[in-house]
Design a protein around this ligand. Structure first.
Ligand code: ATP
Ligand code: MG
Length: 719
């Protein structure tokens, strides 16, 4: 189960596309930027300062003209809008020198890519933010430098979904400028001021977000000196408070951010990262459920859902947008009923096979989730969500993201993985079983809180399908192998004790018992456990279904455990009884037999491992065969020490041909059953992995040179 979110799927390289100012839509621009189109006002000159062409801005010619005129109402409105864009943010302008001393380049840095886009847009229209200190900002308005006092700032947070700046203008007027998400802004806008403008802005916002643009609404209000004084004293008190500062500041912000006049709205395009649709498709083919939890607007999230192929046109969409617990309950009940109906009709169509049924996509917003999470409706939401192929939660707050992950984690045995790039994803990343942070332009908080960090969303595919698969196979095999490796040794000691009338003596020397786990069999386990790969990277990426082996617990389960234990008993019997019967009538001493048993176990255990190794490297050869050689050397050394029991035993027994025949006989006898069963299973009941391995062999022998060309185009190197 995975929970990426839309910011995670997009590049965070924004392009300012359109603006709705004073209820008028300006979106007929042509994209400028990156040195493409210089005559559309992209480069703004102010005291030899040029804007570094870093971000694309679509310039609307009409708006560009209006931004230069101060004498009309429209012009003044546009002026206020762009001043708000340039001022209401936390962007820091950085000026760099160029080879020409009279020319400086300015670029904008900040944690929010949206804000960067807005400041670049304002600069492109001639409202260039030049300097920011804690007390003031300098904005060059159409080439003229103006200084504004920053009297206070209420920073953005994902719960409020807005931010504000209290700005003192050069003409001594004080204004509060606010920008934020539409839902949060429309609740604080004075609806009586200009209802037509609000209506048309809403329509523009709907149109922008349906095109997948990220929207922001900008509003402002003039403050009277009494109001300002009151705010100022409470702001001072709140920002110096030692306890509950955040809550107090939020309260102060809420008191001032109200009765706003609407200035306008912006639409910013956030392009999808490279390889996202393919990555999502691979994850879905691998049987992984992908959920999107985003703070974005519903329409934007749906549009990004379509472009990332998360949502498809043949899906039935269930939308839940409610603002009370009763309506939520009703919607959930209706949705569950719809699911049932769809299932019945698809069963009737496909003869009850369950195949080809219509896919469901659940779209639910943060307001509904407030009434659902942590109430009795949670069960219904879980039931509904588990019936849906895709779940899209929009306008969710950071804690709600964590709540949704917890909902899945607490009610199923499924593993949850959360991937995100922003500070608002930290709680979700920490809640999930596996947390992944994308290091992007939104700061390092997500990365710091994560288990794994990566640069792009698409790297999730090799992480899970390739490394996840390899690690699962290796871990599963190694757990079973280590049970076997230790059990076989203990069983030999057990048989010996049985045959010596519970004498508590041992044939295998103390030294060998100790070295068994340290030298005789340890290194191959480590080497194979780290290096072995059952399938190549190419195959695993090409057939994401192979990931299903882990979900079905094919490589480590109760059945396999008991089969391995049965095999272990058989092998211990072969190792113990073959020498016993072979030397039944001879006068060989216990120490010599002990040496034979020691060497036989080590050979069997290492050859057993060698039979299962799929990819051989020189180091694997060195570890396996070297361990057997090391055992011979150790036994030899132990037997040359006269003060140890069993002095010279090895040299006595190794002289006989029977000793060597026993070693060969034991190895063959012990490993033959599993060899036969493995051949049988591979020939008659192969699993996906075995079939893919065969296909790999055929492919390599057929096209030795082209075999690496098969991989999906969006993944880096091959094996
Ligand atoms: N710097 C900002 N100033 C004002 N409003 C903002 C700012 N950044 C984001 N917003 C608004 O707040 C909303 C919530 O932001 P949040 O960071 O929680 O989620 P998101 O960035 O939209 O999506 P995601 O969860 O994919 O990161 C945004 O959709 C946007 O409308
Ligand atoms: Mg964000």
């Amino acid at each position: 189960m995975y929970s990426p979110k839309t910011g995670t799927l997009t590049e965070n390289k924004m392009e300012f596309q359109c603006a709705s100012i004073g209820g008028v839509d300006y979106s007929n621009g042509n994209a400028g930027g990156e040195g493409e189109d210089e005559n559309v006002g992209y480069l703004v000159q102010e005291e030899g300062i040029f804007l570094k062409p870093k971000m694309r801005v679509k310039i609307d010619p009409e708006l560009f003209k209006l931004s230069k005129s101060k004498h009309t109402d429209e012009g003044r409105h546009v002026h206020d809008f762009f001043v708000a864009l340039a001022a209401c943010n936390t962007i820091v302008p950085l000026t760099t020198e160029t080879s020409d001393p009279s020319v400086k380049l300015i670029e904008y840095q900040g944690e929010s890519p949206d804000e960067q886009a807005l400041v670049y847009a304002a600069a492109s229209y001639g409202f260039m933010l030049i300097e920011r200190t804690s007390g003031h900002i300098d904005i060059s308005i159409q080439g003229e430098r103006h200084r504004f006092n920053v009297l206070g700032m209420h920073e953005f947070d994902s719960d409020r979904k807005r931010m504000s700046v209290i700005l003192g203008s050069p003409n001594q007027k004080v204004k509060v400028l606010v920008k934020g998400a539409d839902t949060s802004m429309f609740s604080i806008i004075d609806k009586s001021l200009n209802s037509n403008m609000i209506k048309s802005t809403e329509a523009h916002l709907h149109a922008y977000s349906s095109r997948g643009l990220r929207t922001l609404v900008i509003g402002s209000r003039g403050l009277s000196s009494a109001e300002f004084e009151q705010w100022h004293s409470s702001y001072e008190l709140a920002s110096t408070a030692l306890i509950g500062r955040a809550m107090l500041l939020r309260k102060v912000a809420n008191n001032i951010e109200n009765h706003l006049g609407i200035l306008g709205a912006s639409g910013i395009e956030d392009k999808l990262q490279q390889g996202v649709p393919e990555a999502i498709e691979s994850l879905r083919t691998a049987g992984i459920k992908v959920w999107v939890l985003t703070g974005d607007k519903q329409e934007t999230a749906i549009s990004i859902g379509y472009s990332s192929k998360l949502l498809t046109s043949n899906m039935t969409r269930i939308v839940i947008n409610n603002n009370s617990i009763d309506t939520c309950r009703k919607s959930l009940e209706d949705a569950l009923l719809l699911c049932k109906k769809l299932k019945i009709s698809s069963d009737a169509k496909h003869g009850g096979s369950g195949a080809g049924g219509s896919q469901l996509a659940l779209i639910i917003d943060g307001t509904s989730l407030v009434h659902v999470l942590d109430t009795d409706l949670e069960i219904q939401l879980f039931e509904l969500a588990s019936k849906c192929t895709v779940v899209l939660c929009c306008r969710v707050a950071p804690l709600q993201k964590a709540g949704i992950v917890a909902l899945i984690k607490n009610r199923t045995d499924d593993m949850t993985l959360a991937i995100g790039d922003g500070a608002n994803d930290v709680s979700m990343i920490q809640m999930a079983d596996v947390g992944i942070g994308i290091s992007g332009q939104e700061g390092r908080q997500a990365v710091m809180a994560s288990d794994f960090a990566m640069g792009q969303f698409r790297f999730l595919v090799p992480l899970l399908l390739v490394h996840g698969h390899w690690n699962y196979q290796r871990m599963s095999y190694m757990i079973l192998y280590n049970f076997y490796r230790n059990a076989v040794f203990v069983l030999i000691l057990f048989w010996y004790v049985l045959f010596t009338g519970f004498s508590l003596t041992t044939a295998i020397t103390d030294w060998s018992s100790m070295l068994y786990s340290i030298i005789y069999t340890a290194v191959p386990t480590i080497v194979v456990g780290i290096l072995d790969k059952d399938l190549s990277r190419t195959t695993l990426l090409k057939y994401p279904q192979l990931y299903g082996a882990g979900q079905r617990r094919e490589s480590y389960n109760g059945k396999l455990f008991w089969i391995t234990m049965l095999d272990t008993v058989w092998q211990s019997i072969a190792v113990f009884f073959v020498p016993l019967l072979a030397y039944w009538k001879s006068d060989v001493d216990t120490s010599s037999m002990g040496d034979l048993w020691t060497l036989a176990i080590v050979i069997v255990v290492n050859v057993h491992l060698a039979m299962d190794v799929i990819r051989w490297y020189w180091i694997t050869h060195a570890a396996i065969w070297g361990s057997i050689a090391a055992t011979f050397i150790c036994v030899l050394i132990i037997d040359t020490l006269p003060f140890l029991p069993g002095y010279w035993a090895f040299f006595t027994i190794a002289k006989t041909k029977l000793f060597w025949a026993c070693l060969v006989g034991i190895t063959v006898g012990a490993l033959l059953p599993r060899f036969i069963i493995e051949i049988f299973v591979q020939s008659y009941k192969p699993n996906d992995i075995q079939i893919a391995r065969e296909a790999e062999k055929v492919e390599i022998s057929r096209e030795p040179h082209d075999s690496q060309m098969e991989m999906n185009p969006f993944f880096g190197s091959t094996r």
